[in-house]
Each structure stands twice: as structure tokens, then as C-alpha cells.
Design a protein around this ligand. Sequence first.
Ligand code: MRU
Length: 329
Amino acid sequence: VRSVDWVDGHLLVIDQTLLPGELRHVELRTVDEVIDAIKRLAVRGAPAIGVAGALGVALAALLAEQSGAGPDAVRRDAARIRAARPTAVNLAWAVDRVLARLDAGTAAVVDAAVAMIEADIDTNRALGIRGADWLETRVRPPLTVLTHCNAGGLACVEWGTALGIVRALHERGAITEVLVGETRPLLQGARLTAFELGAMDVPYRIVVDGAGPGLIARGVVDAVLVGADRVAANGDVANKVGTYPLALACARARIPFVVAAPESTLDASTPDGASIPIEERDPAEVLTVAGSPTAPAGAQACNPAFDITPADLVTAVVTEARVIEGAPF
Ligand code: MRU
């Protein structure tokens, strides 16, 4: 099941806000619908929003051709899509790549965007196998791994990055259990990673985010595997808020902290983590659970969606092409 697809000239996406209760596909037929889906995390995860952004530009080109709006209108739409979420570099990368084909015509734009769907699947498959091979040389299987947020097939088109490594290890009989950080406030771990691991038949237990570092310190975790939204040139990693404390705990416990990310997540033009824009989301996400208030009326909240893990805490960045040990890349 693809999280993002292109069917008859429009996008077909899984609305991830409804999972795990309901697996519903929604059609996105306008650029505004694509932007809204990305902003409200119906489509989420760095590689998935990259592919959705690229297909959004294809949609903009098709609609402009039908209405006679011209290339400047497509460029304006592409800029709006690019700005929908700031932290994951994959969105800007994919939009720019597809937009570069605009002078070659609408068909070239559509072809470039659609090609990203298959490319994403191939990339993650290769990454998963490379990461599993590498990890088996570092830690004796079977492994208990801890992951945070969702870096699975839902966050990509299929297969996943960190969960792609888990999938490859599981196929080798090398996974004892996955501990899943629930990932407050939007619960990508509890809702989405647990859903995917269940479908893969991988044993898992969900832990509250605050439990992760303590479990690592107690020695029950062999390695932490996470995805990334952007890796800066010096090797600093932006990922879902709550990743940094896990990396600190891994360093203290001397276990691998592994970042799984496609090459498109490595951003040579951003020098370091301090230069990565961190998305601030609506405080209401923190002040409520499933729509019900959990704090006193009038309470304020601060809601950074990502944090930065300094490069010196990262044991390895695994991509489809290489394993980078020690920053920078
Ligand atoms: O806010 P989200 O759910 O889009 O955040 C996603 C993450 O932080 C993932 O870990 C990251 O995008 C990598 S997905 C392969």
C-alpha cells in the first residue's frame, strides 16, 4: 500500500491522521489540497512529503496547462508547496528537481515527479539492506531496537528508512523486539509505527517518550534507529522532537545511535544544525489529547516539531549508497 501515488492525473494519498483506526485514501486534485494535506500531516515523513510535493508541482503544471495560466503560475504554486513545511529538506529538494523540468513541458514535469515514486521505493529497499548488514557487524543479533516517530513505509512511499532496516533484520530472524516511542504530541510512534510493525508481524511494545533514555541506560536496548528530516553538512541531524535525548542516552550507554536517511535528506548547503529551520506547530497539539483539553484553560505551550542531534552523538548515517561513520559527510 503506497502512502502517496499518482492516479489519472491526481494524487492519491493515505490520510495518516486517521490511522490506525481507519485506512482511508483521499484524492488531492488541487494544489491547495496538496498543501493542506502536507501541513496537517495527512501526508508526512520527509521522503513522503518530498514525493507529494513533486507530484503537487506536476498537478500545478497540468492545471496551468488546462487553464492557460502559464509557467509563472506553476512557479508560484511550487513556491507555496515548498514552503508548506520547513524542516525536511526533501520537500524543497523534490520540488526544485521537478520544477527544473518546466521548460521541457508539462509531460516532462509529470514524468520527473512520477519517477520519484519508484525511485523512493528502490532507495529505501537498498538503504534497509545496507543498514541491516552494517548493524549485524556491530551488534550481535537478535536485537532489541528502539525507534522514535515513524520512519516506515508511511513516511516514504513504501518500505521505510529506519523501519526498512528493521524489516530487513526481521526477515533474517535478527529482531527480538522493537520498542516504539509513542511520539507526543501527534503519536506517530503509537499510531503509525505500531501499525506498520503489526502488519509486518514484528514484536513490539510502545513506550512513553520519557521512558526511552532510562531503558537505554538499563541495558535493555541494543541500538536506536531513527530517520531524519535533514542532515546538515557537519553531520548534525534534525529529526522528530525527542530524538536528541535518545542520542545522549546512547552515547552514555555506548550503544549505536543510527540515522537512516536517503541521500536526498543530506543537505550540503546547510552548514550545521543551528541553521536548520525548526517547525513550530500549533500549541493546541500539546494542550490536547485526541481533541480533549489536558491542561488548565488558558495554559500556554511551546511546540517545536523537531530537535537537533549533534553530529558527535551519531554513530552512523545509513543511506542507500553508503554508511557514513563520523561527521561530517
Ligand atoms: O512531523 P513528521 O511526522 O513529518 O516527522 C517525521 C519524522 O520526524 C521522521 O522521523 C522523518 O521525517 C524521517 S521519515 C523516513
